[in-house]
Design a protein around this ligand. Structure first.
Ligand SMILES: [Zn+2]
Length: 375
């Protein structure tokens, strides 16, 4: 694992701040990873994503294996060069999206056969094939191939699925092999059952990984149930390795997860919401398509330093959104990504200063105020 390491520089309660070192650059934690599903964070140039403060992007194995294919990306020099992002990339295993997006799935102990949602072509994913695809992409942080049942599911179903995922985790580790400078993360499963989470954590730490994800959350269980699991699950994983909460989340989910000891997160929310006119601000969510903004010359957030807030009015953002102009997606996505990264920087600073509780209290107080009064 030379060239890849994790250093915790400060803790505050269960929260930690530090740095994951990789040959492609440092990742400051807690880190939020924007999602570049198909080789692009939609509506953003890579240098713009970097300018928001992102140290790492997430790429989706499922989308990239179908189009343009991992073999083609490999021939073209790997995903970093292909998409012009030279910093670290984490790729998911494809497992979750096969379950949620593909058609006509058939799952066996060996792996999953499915049809592409793009053109109906037939494909097979297994721990070995997922490791091969993530290697062809050139991913810096590779995720184990796992299976995650949608909640609610019976405890028997969750247990059966978790044990299959643990067998697949062992096969993933064997197929990954020894790749200096690249990391392999295991994924804890077990739904909302503490005993199953414990069993999963023991299985994973027995195999040994460079980092550990808390999987199977943010799949419809609600924030209360998710925080209930996060109250104990991260503590079952090795304290000296990064802990990654997959697919989270809303700003208050992120804050609550960091308080509970999570170091990394990813979500399509800031970019997807940017395209649908939902903006995240310190004072909560603003819906830019609302008529109240049509004549408003004020910036979306006067304290935000992103291009959308620095150079444009609410009235302009409202207009270009309503007119379906491409710049709308560009500006609104930029603002949202900037807000998420600023939140992460605030969390990191607060943990380092030992004032996380005060930061979180301020975060909630500001949101409770709501948006500025209409003119
Ligand atoms: Zn802004």
């Amino acid at each position: 694992m030379s060239g890849f390491g994790f250093t915790i520089s400060a803790t505050d309660g269960k929260a930690r701040t530090g740095v994951i070192d990789t040959p492609r650059g440092a990742i400051r934690t807690p880190a939020f990873m924007p999602v570049g599903t198909a080789g692009t964070v939609k509506a953003m140039l890579p240098e713009s994503v970097r300018a928001t403060g992102a140290d790492i992007l997430l790429g989706n194995t499922y989308h990239l294996m179908l189009r343009p294919t991992a073999e083609r990306i490999d021939r073209l020099g790997g995903l970093h060069r292909f998409m012009n992002w030279e910093r670290p990339i984490l790729t998911d295993s494809g497992g979750f999206q096969v379950m949620s997006l593909s058609e006509l799935r058939k799952m066996t102990e060996e792996g999953v056969t499915f049809r592409s949602h793009v053109d109906g072509s037939k494909h097979f994913l297994s721990p070995e094939r997922s490791m091969e695809i993530q290697r062809l992409l050139g991913s810096d942080i590779v995720m184990c191939f796992d299976e995650c049942p949608a909640l609610p599911a019976t405890e028997d179903r969750v247990a059966e699925s978790m044990r299959l995922s643990m067998r697949w985790a062992r096969r993933s580790k064997e197929a990954f092999g020894d790749r200096p400078g690249h990391a392999l993360f295991g994924i804890q499963q077990g739904g909302v059952t503490r005993e199953l989470r414990e069993e999963s954590a023991e299985a994973l730490t027995g195999i040994g990984f460079d980092g550990y994800a808390v999987g199977g959350l943010a799949v419809g269980e609600g924030q209360e149930a998710m925080f209930g699991v996060l109250d104990y699950a991260p503590g079952m994983l090795p304290a000296d390795k990064p802990r990654y909460l997959m697919g989270v989340g809303k700003p208050d989910d992120i804050v609550g997860a960091v308080q509970r000891g999570i170091d990394m997160m990813d979500c399509v929310l800031p970019s997807r919401s940017g395209r649908t006119g939902q903006l995240f601000t310190r004072r909560g969510v603003v819906n830019i398509k609302n008529a109240r903004h049509a004549d408003d010359p004020r910036p979306l957030d006067e304290h935000c330093s992103c291009p959308a807030c620095r150079s444009y009015s609410r009235a302009y953002l409202h207009h270009v959104f309503r007119a379906g102009e491409i710049i709308s997606s560009m500006l609104l996505t930029w603002h949202n990504l900037h807000y998420f990264q600023e939140l992460m920087a605030g969390l990191r600073g607060a943990i380092a200063a030992g004032r996380l509780d005060a930061f979180v209290a301020e975060f909630h107080a500001r949101r409770a105020e709501g948006d500025i009064e209409p003119l």
